[in-house]
Design a protein around this ligand. Structure first.
Ligand code: SF4
Length: 433
């Protein structure tokens, strides 16, 4: 049976923080490969449990990192550029302990993180010249031509549909791959983990102009509540993690059929974990019953995707949340006992045609509701309507994914960002005082 090495490569960026991240797509493909009989191994260049790093609250923390010269396209940016993840020498030692792979499957999440994936491909090509190197992940989906032009990969997998991806990968590896059931293979870490990331499904019913989710998943795909309980049992047993982060894009959609029955069954298991929502949930779907259940099941970090209540931005996000819905949602959370330290809202900064005055008004509004506020800097994502708007001012975005980095939004609008950031910090200090 073929030997497959799954690789979560380095992140080269101005900033990166481990907010319960795991390479979920890669780990799920690992399950398909194992089920088809492959010998599957994992190299996760970012796993703090393997390579070190600093550990903060609830299993989050800082990756190990080293300063590196920025690529020429980012040469003038007044920020330090780093490679996040294991030192290369440690990776080479790690590879010495593995079986030589026949296939190497590298993922890459953000489009502007491709240098880390390219560096991993070069290292692995030198080490295993006969192995077939395959690239997948969101970057491969959004920028397949850019990835192909690098000439580093034998195959690019620009698929997000699980069945299509399983078919294509099955044809390459000659393995009978099927996408269902799709559980992440956490046991491949071979070590206890501080946290686990998790998806109960993919897709979102909205089509916000700045978001890639509608491009990747045309509809909602969900696992059944019974499968979710069994999967969470397995994840917590295999990893020992007590902090679990949901990365769904629309976790609470149809919650009475999906999320609520799962939580009720999980509660009946009587096992303790802390749940976190770093990817934010929709305030409109928070009801008093659901919030009470979330409180009882150990939810600890609640984030709401408010983005902006400005009319033009609302119309570009399908009116996914109104002021009324925010107020009802926050009241339901508060009624269930969630505190200001646990609840927060993401406020968008720097989207096309978004003004500083709008951002400041959104910060003030969310603060008045009793929420901590966090600025989420806009990142132009190829294929989205806002990307097309961004090209008007910044045509180079189309050819160079490095320029899609959200830090560049902050740098380009530095004066506005400083004003918004100062306001955000002042409001949060007041909230938590
Ligand atoms: S609601 Fe969230 S996940 Fe859905 S399309 Fe909008 S930004 Fe994306």
């Amino acid at each position: 049976m073929p030997c497959v090495l799954l690789v979560n490569p380095w992140i080269d960026d101005f900033a990166a923080y481990d907010l319960w991240a795991r390479p979920l797509g890669l780990l799920t493909v690992g399950a398909w490969l194992e089920r088809a009989g492959a010998d599957v191994q994992l190299l996760d260049c970012l796993a703090r449990e393997v390579w070190g790093g600093t550990h903060r609250r609830f299993g989050t923390g800082k990756y190990v990192a080293a300063p590196i010269p920025p690529p020429p396209a980012l040469g003038g940016v007044p920020r330090r550029y780093r490679r996040y993840g294991a030192p290369e020498a440690a990776i080479i030692e790690f590879l010495d302990r593995l079986h030589p792979p026949d296939y190497i499957l590298i993922t890459c999440l953000m489009t502007y993180w491709y240098p880390g994936a390219f560096a991993a491909a070069r290292l692995l090509r030198r080490r295993y010249p006969k192995a077939v190197i395959i690239l997948g992940g969101v970057y491969a989906f959004l920028c397949p031509e850019h990835a192909r032009a690098a000439g580093l990969f034998d195959h690019i997998l620009p698929h997000k549909d699980p069945d299509a991806l399983a078919r294509r990968l099955g044809a390459i590896t000659r393995l009978p791959l099927t996408a269902n059931p799709g559980r992440a293979v956490y046991h491949l870490y071979g070590t206890p983990l501080r946290h686990a990331a998790w998806l109960t499904g993919v897709g979102c019913p909205y089509r916000c102009d700045y978001c890639a989710t509608p491009l990747m998943y045309p509809g909602l795909i969900r696992k059944s509540p019974a499968d979710l309980v069994a999967e969470l049992d397995e994840i917590t047993m295999v990893t020992g993690a007590r902090d679990i982060a949901f990365y769904d894009d629309a976790l609470l959609a149809d919650s009475e059929k999906h999320f609520q029955p799962f939580l009720e069954s999980w509660l009946a298991r009587g096992r303790f974990v802390r749940f976190h929502l770093p990817n934010a949930v929709h305030a409109r779907w928070l009801t008093p019953d659901l919030c009470a259940l979330m409180r009882r099941t150990g939810f600890t970090t609640i984030r709401l995707g408010m983005e902006s209540l400005a009319q033009d931005l609302q119309s570009r996000s399908g009116f996914k949340v109104s002021a009324d819905e925010m107020e009802r949602g926050v009241a339901a959370l508060r009624g269930a006992g969630f505190t200001a330290a646990e609840m927060g809202a993401y406020i968008l900064f720097g989207a096309p045609e978004q003004t500083l005055a709008q951002t400041l008004a959104d910060l003030e509004y969310a603060h008045r509701l009793g929420l901590q506020v966090s600025l989420a800097a806009y990142s132009p994502i190829p294929g989205t309507p806002d990307f097309t708007r961004s090209l008007v001012d910044w045509p180079q975005l189309a050819d160079e994914p490095l320029l899609q980095n959200n830090t560049l939004t902050i740098v380009r609008r530095a004066v506005d960002y400083q004003v918004a950031r100062r306001r955000m910090l002042a409001l949060n200090r007041r909230r938590l005082a």
